[in-house]
Structure formats: C-alpha cells, structure tokens
Design a protein around this ligand. Structure first.
Ligand SMILES: [Zn+2]
Length: 251
C-alpha cells in the first residue's frame, strides 16, 4: 500500500491488513527512475521516494558519496583502519566539524564522475513518476546532515528548505519525512516538533521493526532493503520479528 495510506490508517487507529507493506527509497538516486520505476510500474506497486532536495538541485552533493568517489580516485583515508570506521567516527561529529573533515579530504582531489545510477534524479523524472500515480515523494532534508548533530536553527533550515523545494517543484508539500542515517540517536525531540510544525504527518527512521497503530508517528520504524526473496518473505511474514521477540525474551 502507499506509505501515505499506511501512515493515515495507523494514525486513525484503523490497523493494517495482514502482510501490508509500504515501499520507500531514500535520497533520490537516478536508479530509482532507471531501475526501480519500470519494475514498480509493471507490477503496479506504489512507493515513496524521500528526496534530499539539495542533491537533486545539484547544490549539495551527498557527502558520503563524495568520500566514496574520492576513494575511487585513489586518495588514502586519514589514519583510519577502514572506511566503515572512518564514516562511523564522522557520523558522531557535530555537522560543521564533519563537513570540515570531508572538505579537507577532498582538497585538491579531482573526483571521478559518479556512475549514472548513483547520480541524482532530475526534477522532470520526479514529475514523471508522480504523474504515474504510483510514486509519491517525501522529505529527507536539503543537504542530508544528521539532524541531531545540527543546531536547532540549522535543523529548521534543513526541514523547511526541503519542504519548500518539493512544494516549488511538485506544487504540493511533502507529508512524510525520513531521517538521514535514521538511527535512534540521529534526531532529537526538537526535530520531531520542527517536522510537525512544518506540516509533516509521519516520519520514518531506519530502526528495524513493524509499524503499528501505537506509533510513534514522528519516528516510525522501517526495515532495510532485503537482499533476497527469502529475506523479504521472512520480514513481511513476521518471522524475523518472532525470532527477535524470542531472543529478547531469553536475554
Ligand atoms: Zn539518506
């Protein structure tokens, strides 16, 4: 079902049909149009794409993609054991300090051109998908910072700019939001108030779990992309959830 319909039913306390699933994609990569959209259209499956609007505008490249491209250009990471560890450390820093680290890494480096499917969607592709009636669009900030590492003013700016850019391009403001990075420590109580003030009706994390009518509607759970049909079935049927509860009960 469309994610907006799922959010509406949860808020109204209507519950969901058995095995209900909503599909969503984050950031706004061209692959959503080139690879996913033809399949979704063929199968008649609705989906929501959460847009980092500065990525689409070309003003704010995704910082982690820049790091990736820099590594492809052969530059070494500064004193870190692995990319995973370096990224994990960056994600703990205040936004300005994190950007500074990335800026220093990129200084003087000519980045290779990103592979086509990892470039941003164009706004025309967004409108074409919207016009199909299958795809709708949510907010994912403008420059993709981790909101909890930003000042409240910066958080407000990111949320409002994202909302207003989508409104300007699509004629309608987004109602759903997904948090960049999406972990439990990646948003603050202020983030949730700012989202509600900006007119968002639901917000989605990357914390694993099933969405229920118990909410909380401004930080709902999502499962990461399954890597096999088997994993999809285990997720949708609730098998994973049962195992988790069983393990939790034993812990
Ligand atoms: Zn993202």
């Amino acid at each position: 079902m469309p994610l907006a319909e799922m959010a509406r039913r949860l808020r109204a306390g209507e519950g969901l049909p058995p095995r209900a699933v909503a599909l969503s994609f984050d950031d706004g990569y061209a692959s959503n149009y080139e690879l996913a959209f033809p399949i979704l259209r063929e199968l008649g499956l609705p989906a929501t794409i959460f847009l980092a609007t500065g990525f689409l505008d070309g003003t704010d490249p995704l910082w982690f993609q820049q790091v990736d491209l820099a590594l492809c250009a052969g530059i070494p990471l500064p004193g870190a054991a692995s990319l995973g560890e370096w990224l994990a450390e960056l994600k703990t820093l205040p936004e300005e300090a994190m950007r500074l680290r990335v800026e220093n890494l990129l200084k003087g480096v000519t980045l290779p051109v990103a592979p086509k499917v990892t470039r941003p969607l164009t706004w025309d592709q967004v409108r074409e998908m919207r016009d199909s009636g299958l795809i709708d669009f949510g907010g994912h900030t403008h420059a993709h910072p981790i909101l909890a590492r930003c000042s409240v003013e910066k958080q407000r700016h990111e949320i409002i700019t994202c909302r207003d850019r989508i409104l300007a391009e699509l004629g309608q403001p987004p109602r759903a939001f997904a948090f960049p990075n999406g972990g439990p420590g990646d948003f603050t109580p202020e983030t949730l108030s700012l989202l509600a003030e900006a007119g968002f009706e639901s917000a989605w994390t990357m914390i694993c779990g099933r969405a229920t009518a118990a909410g909380p509607f401004m930080h709902l759970p999502r499962y990461g992309a399954p890597e096999s049909v088997w994993e999809t079935e285990a997720t949708v049927s609730g098998a994973f959830e049962l195992v988790r509860q069983w393990k939790g009960g034993r812990a």
